[in-house]
Design a protein around this ligand. Structure first.
Ligand SMILES: [Zn+2]
Length: 356
C-alpha cells in the first residue's frame, strides 16, 4: 500500500496547499523504502559512501538500505548513524519534513502532525532539529537584535517564567543589553504618525550634518563602529563623539562589541519610511507575514530556528536538492538535549535580502 493511502488525514486536509505538497511528495516517494532512500541520498557524500572501518568505497548498498556490508573488511556501516537522521524511527515524517524544507514548503508542526498522523511533540522535534541543522549554516548573515521580532513571541517555552507572557522571555535579554523597550509595550499608543513625529523630534534636536550622516548610515541591523566609520567617511574620533551624542538623544542604541543600531519601533513606521530606512525592515516584515501565515507565532527561545525555516522558504535561489543535501551530509546527530538547551542569541542571524 502506498503511504498516501495509509495516511487518510491527508485527504481531508483543509489546507489545500499542504495537501497538494504532500501529494507531490508521496507521488515521488510512495513507499517507506523510497523515503529511506531519500534520506540516505541526502547524507551521501559527493564521492559516495565509504566503509566506516577501512575506508573502502561502498559498492554493496541496496536501494533504501541504510546499512551496507563492506566488500573488503565485511563490517557493517550504517550510513545514517553519524548524521542528523541517525537513530530516527519516524523515517517517513523525517523524509517528508526534510523535503518540505528543501522545497521551501512551509507548514506548522500542528498541521503537519495531523496530516502525518504523528504526535505534535514529534512533529515539533523534527522541525526544531532540522532547523537547528540549518541555522548552523547562517554564519555569514546580518545580525538583527532579537527584540525586533518580539511581536511574534506568543508561544511559551521552557524559558518562559510561570504565569508570564511568552514575550517576558525577552525582558532578560533587554536588561542584559540595556535596551529600552518601554515604547513598544503598549501597542495602543503606537500610531502611524510616530515616525514623522520622531523625524520632527530629530528636526527639533537640530542635528548636525555629522549626526545626520550617522543616523542615515544606521539601521536596525547592528553595525560595528569601524564599519560605520568607513561608510560615513568621517574621522574615527568624530564618529565616536557623535555616536555618544546620538545615544544621549536616544536616537540610537549602543550594543555590545562596539556596535550600534538605530532606535526605531517596527510596527508604527509607515511602509515608505521603512523601505527608506533599511532593507532589514522589509525582511522583518516578510518574516512576520510568513510566521502569521504558517506558524501562528513562536517562542523567543526558538526564534533563530524559525528564521532558519524562513531562509529555506524565502531564499529559493540558494536552496535546492544539492545545497540541502550538502548540509545534511555534513550534519552530525542532534540530541534532544541540544534542542532543549538551545536559546536564540540576543542577535539573530537573518537571511540577507540581497540573495533573492
Ligand atoms: Zn571496510
Amino acid at each position: 500500500m502506498s503511504l498516501m493511502n495509509s495516511l487518510p488525514n491527508i485527504k481531508s486536509l483543509v489546507d489545500k496547499d499542504l495537501q497538494r505538497n504532500l501529494k507531490q511528495f508521496f507521488s515521488a516517494y510512495p513507499s517507506y523504502t523510497d523515503c529511506l532512500e531519500f534520506l540516505c541520498k541526502l547524507v551521501e557524500p559527493i564521492d559516495g559512501f565509504h566503509c566506516k572501518f577501512c575506508g573502502t568505497q561502498c559498492t554493496t548498498r541496496k536501494f533504501g538500505g541504510k546499512t551496507f556490508r563492506c566488500a573488503n573488511c565485511k563490517k557493517i556501516t550504517n550510513v545514517l548513524a553519524d548524521t542528523i537522521f541517525g537513530g530516527k524511527r519516524r523515517i517517513v515524517a523525517w523524509a517528508t519534513r526534510s523535503w518540505f524544507l528543501m522545497q521551501g514548503y512551509a507548514t506548522s508542526s500542528n498541521d503537519f502532525a495531523r496530516a502525518m498522523n504523528i504526535a505534535q511533540s514529534t512533529a515539533d522535534l523534527i522541525f526544531t532539529e532540522l532547523t537547528y541543522m540549518v541555522l548552523q549554516e547562517m554564519t555569514n548573515m546580518p545580525e538583527i537584535y532579537s527584540g525586533e521580532f518580539r511581536m511574534g513571541f506568543i508561544r511559551r517555552s521552557r524559558e518562559t517564567e510561570a504565569r508570564m507572557h511568552p514575550v517576558s522571555e525577552h525582558m532578560r535579554v533587554d536588561q542584559q543589553f540595556n535596551y529600552d523597550s518601554t515604547e513598544v509595550q503598549d501597542d495602543s499608543e503606537l500610531t502611524e504618525s510616530s515616525y514623522e513625529e520622531s523625524e520632527n523630534q530629530s528636526a527639533q534636536l537640530q542635528l548636525t550634518d555629522a549626526e545626520k550622516e550617522l543616523v542615515k548610515q544606521l539601521s536596525a541591523e547592528a553595525i560595528h563602529i569601524d564599519e560605520l566609520t568607513k561608510k560615513s567617511g568621517m574621522p574615527a574620533s568624530a564618529v565616536s563623539a557623535t555616536l555618544t551624542l546620538l545615544e544621549l538623544n536616544e536616537l540610537i542604541t549602543r550594543l555590545p562589541g562596539d556596535r550600534y543600531a538605530r532606535k526605531v519601533i517596527l510596527k508604527e513606521l509607515p511602509q515608505k519610511a521603512r523601505d527608506k530606512l533599511s532593507p532589514s525592515w522589509a525582511l522583518i516584515d516578510e518574516f512576520i507575514d510568513y510566521i502569521r501565515k504558517y506558524h501562528h507565532g513562536f517562542s523567543r527561545k526558538y526564534l533563530q530556528n524559525y528564521l532558519a525555516a524562513f531562509w529555506c522558504y524565502a531564499d529559493r535561489k540558494f536552496w535546492n536538492l544539492a545545497t540541502f543535501a550538502e548540509v545534511c551530509s555534513r550534519s552530525s546527530p542532534i540530541t534532544y538535549n541540544d534542542v532543549l538547551e538551545y536559546v536564540s542569541p540576543p542577535f539573530v542571524r537573518v537571511r540577507s535580502g540581497e540573495s533573492r
